[in-house]
Design a protein around this ligand. Structure first.
Ligand SMILES: Nc1ncnc2c1ncn2[C@@H]1O[C@H](COP(=O)(O)OP(=O)(O)O)[C@@H](O)[C@H]1O
Ligand SMILES: [Mg+2]
Length: 235
């Protein structure tokens, strides 16, 4: 589905990604873990076209999308739920969901996906007419993921879905992520500082340090790796 090969990227003259290599298979949940500032967000921004890489390839279904514009990449079915959630706070829950589907014309599919996101997050249906900016942090994260799903993603990128949420809410969000992957077969790439949750929920994972992917493995196996335990799990 996705293959990132030897990607490098910079902000101005500051080289922040040096050697990023990531693969996401067609039915996988893959996570990218690493410390604050390691380059997780920048990697997702390169994949979705918000930042042009200075080297390397980003292959989406066999086609190099590196250097394409974000709207072109979105139209290929790549949906990026950014850090900070990317909602329209002055619009209602329903309007945000409609915005998520704005590139689509298949009315029946849109209706089916709306039913799915409401079954996944019933609280969003209850709050259909509420302004997004007035939702709790957890509800906003649910809405951000739901809005992403309304775009019928072929590949979903989630940046820090656990950020700022209570442990109970983090569990609920990760349960929903697993359910989306299981029931919809959507491949998902998650950038996440909460290494324990990310590794527990992922099929495979990559560790990113100083702008390079330095380790990869099965999610649950990395939970047992000494370096990962010391550096990212604090045990
Ligand atoms: N817009 C920006 N301009 C300049 N430097 C940036 C910008 N965004 C991020 N950086 C720098 O790039 C590095 C990687 O940041 P980021 O990808 O946000 O890391 P992470 O998501 O892993 O916390 C950091 O050193 C950060 O300070
Ligand atoms: Mg980040």
């Amino acid at each position: 589905m996705l293959e990132v090969r030897n990607v490098s990227a910079a902000y101005g003259t500051a080289l922040v990604l040096k050697n990023i290599n990531i693969r996401v298979g067609s039915n996988e949940i893959v996570s990218l873990i690493g410390a604050n500032g390691a380059g997780k967000t920048t990697t997702l921004r390169v994949i979705s076209g918000m930042l042009k890489p200075i080297g390397g390839e980003v292959m989406l279904e066999g086609r190099n999308i590196a250097g394409m514009e974000p709207f072109q990449i979105a139209s290929l079915g790549l949906v990026h739920v950014p850090e900070g959630r990317g909602l329209f706070p002055e619009m209602t829950v329903m309007e945000n969901l409609e915005m998520g589907a704005y590139l689509r014309k298949d009315k029946d599919g849109i209706r089916r996906d709306l039913e799915f996101v409401y079954s996944l997050f019933p609280v969003l249906k209850e709050r259909e007419k509420q302004l997004a900016g007035t939702l709790s942090g957890g509800e906003q994260q649910m809405l951000a993921i739901a809005k992403g799903l309304m775009g019928a993603p072929k590949l979903l990128l989630l940046d820090e879905p656990s950020l700022g949420l209570s442990p109970v809410m983090v569990d609920r969000i990760f349960d929903a992520i697993s359910q989306i992957n299981r029931e919809r077969g959507v491949p998902i790439l998650i950038a996440e500082q909460n290494a324990y949750m990310a590794l527990s929920a992922s099929h495979r994972a990559y560790v990113i340090e100083n702008g390079s992917t330095v380790m990869e493995g099965i999610g649950k196996e990395l939970l047992g790796n000494d370096h990962v335990r010391r550096a990212y799990l604090g045990i």
